[in-house]
Design a protein around this ligand. Structure first.
Ligand code: FAD
Length: 443
């Protein structure tokens, strides 16, 4: 069969790309290997930029009504005193400092988000979806071999998008290098019922662990709990009661809630990995999302980077086809636009991860001071939230880092809206091909 764009992988990245392409009238085919809905936990925190993208793709109202808005994330530092944990510092990161209608995050069950994207894409006649359908290899440069319903299908396409996650076969076929970075810690992750009063995000840290609590709709909460790498088996052997105890001693409000997790079978081990592919495109092949980069989950960015890549790639191919600028070198625009933004978030997430790694984990006061300085210093707070939101980029300076470490006092000067707005991405920055024409400058 023939299609204009073959997308391998119907995760959030693949489906968002397909939705954008189908909305431009481009013939697009997605192949997804899973049989039904996945039973593994994946990213569920939508950052403001992703909300803006879904607004433009006309699915925002469904996304919003299926999610739980997060205006703030509280960072709580605790220390054991005479056998019980006591709070030694609290600071709050507030999305409200961003000058946008999308000045909040949204927690949404991952499979529900995919369902919304798929339902909308199905409304376009040029969208085709095969599930379960597994891409296995290329028979030539433009033809993907896919196993579906016991048959082998050959899908011939002008453009091929690898959106099939970390173990991308398309990336392999492109012979791209990745260098994986591992961490000295892993995470346990599980969703369970929450107290109705728990409506904002909370990150509770101690010298040895970390518990992230992110409320979902329907009075549920998604949690991530840091453990030293290699200790999963021993912790599991302690039994489920010991798991409940670990949560309750950090957050007593979870008593009667975390205990509703029936067994260890509901708890998933998450191993953070970081890598960034050297290139995003070669000839007619492009990779996006986790196929192109993997980010430490501390800053909640993985799914958002996939959505933002998808939006940029979708728009680029729409523009190439609308204008007849179909030279495949134009696909390099994706890398030019997305790679620096992705790299900054990879670095930010890595830095956040280090704060909870050995030996930094032994210095809770530095971490606590850093969060408190960020809350006090308006500029630092704005930069942090803007960069996480994906709506703009304002890199931290050396002075910012010194302030963050408490070596200089926090700045409390009035903010100038015009100056701050300058760092938000405009459509010119997000989709430069629409202004600068067919050549990729400065690549
Ligand atoms: C186990 C796990 C837990 C995570 N938890 C968090 C978290 O708590 N917070 C956070 O921010 N981020 C988390 N992430 C990261 C986040 O979920 C991802 O960054 C995001 O889902 C990336 O989207 P994607 O579309 O690029 O890839 P994916 O979501 O991985 O989607 C890829 C899709 O491709 C399909 N596929 C793979 N190979 C083939 C093939 N050969 N043929 C056809 N289909 C194929 C897969 O079945 C899958 O549906 C997690 C990721 C994983 C893997």
């Amino acid at each position: 069969m023939r299609t204009e764009v073959l997308i391998v992988g119907g995760g959030v990245g693949g489906l968002t790309t397909a939705l954008k392409l189908a909305s431009c009238g481009i013939d697009v085919t997605v192949v997804e290997q899973q049989k039904g809905q996945a039973h593994t936990y994946k990213g569920e925190l939508l950052q403001p930029k992703s909300l803006q993208i879904f607004d433009r793709l006309q699915v925002f109202s469904y996304v919003k009504e299926s999610g739980h808005p997060l205006k703030t994330i509280k960072s709580i530092e605790k220390k054991k005193v005479k056998g019980t944990f006591e709070t030694i510092g609290i600071s709050t990161m507030n999305y409200g400092v961003i000058d946008s209608v999308f000045n909040y995050g949204l927690m949404i069950p991952h499979e529900r988000l995919k369902e919304i994207l798929l339902e909308k894409a199905m409304t376009y006649p040029t969208f085709h979806y095969y599930q379960p359908a597994r891409f296995v290899e290329f028979s030539d440069d433009t033809t993907g071999v896919v196993k579906h319903d016991g048959e082998t299908i050959f899908i011939h396409a002008k453009y091929i998008v690898g959106a099939e996650g970390r173990k991308s076969l398309v990336r392999k076929a492109m012979n791209l290098d990745i260098e994986e970075k591992r961490y000295d810690h892993h995470f346990l992750t599980v969703t369970f019922p929450r107290p109705t009063s728990m409506i904002e995000g909370e990150m509770i840290a101690t010298p040895t662990t970390f518990l992230g609590l992110f409320p979902l709709p329907h009075d549920e909460v998604r949690s991530v709990y840091l453990i030293p790498s290699g200790e999963y088996k021993a912790i599991k052997e302690e039994g489920i009661e010991s798991f409940y105890k670990r949560y309750i001693e950090l957050c007593p409000a979870l008593k009667g809630y975390v205990t509703q997790i029936p067994s260890w079978r509901n708890i998933q081990l998450m191993i953070p990995v970081q890598f960034h592919a050297s290139e995003y495109s070669k000839d007619n092949k492009v990779i996006i999302g986790d196929a192109a980069h993997s980010v430490h989950p501390m800053a909640g960015e993985g799914m958002n980077l996939a959505i933002q890549d998808a939006d940029a790639l979708g728009d680029l191919i729409c523009w190439m086809e609308e204008t007849g600028e179909t030279s495949l070198t134009n696909l390099k625009w994706l890398e030019k636009v997305r790679k620096p933004k992705v790299q900054h978030l990879l670095d930010t997430s890595h830095l956040a991860a280090l704060a909870y790694s050995m030996p930094f984990r032994k210095f809770p006061r530095i971490r606590n001071r850093s969060f408190q300085q960020m809350e006090k210093d308006q500029k630092l707070h704005y930069k942090q939230m803007l960069n996480l939101s994906g709506l703009g980029l304002w890199k931290e300076s050396l002075l910012d880092r010194f302030i963050q470490l408490g070596l200089f006092p926090a700045r409390t000067s009035e903010k100038s809206d015009v100056f701050y707005r300058k760092h938000m991405f405009t459509t010119k920055v997000d989709y430069p091909w629409r202004n600068e024409g067919g050549e990729v400058h400065g690549h």
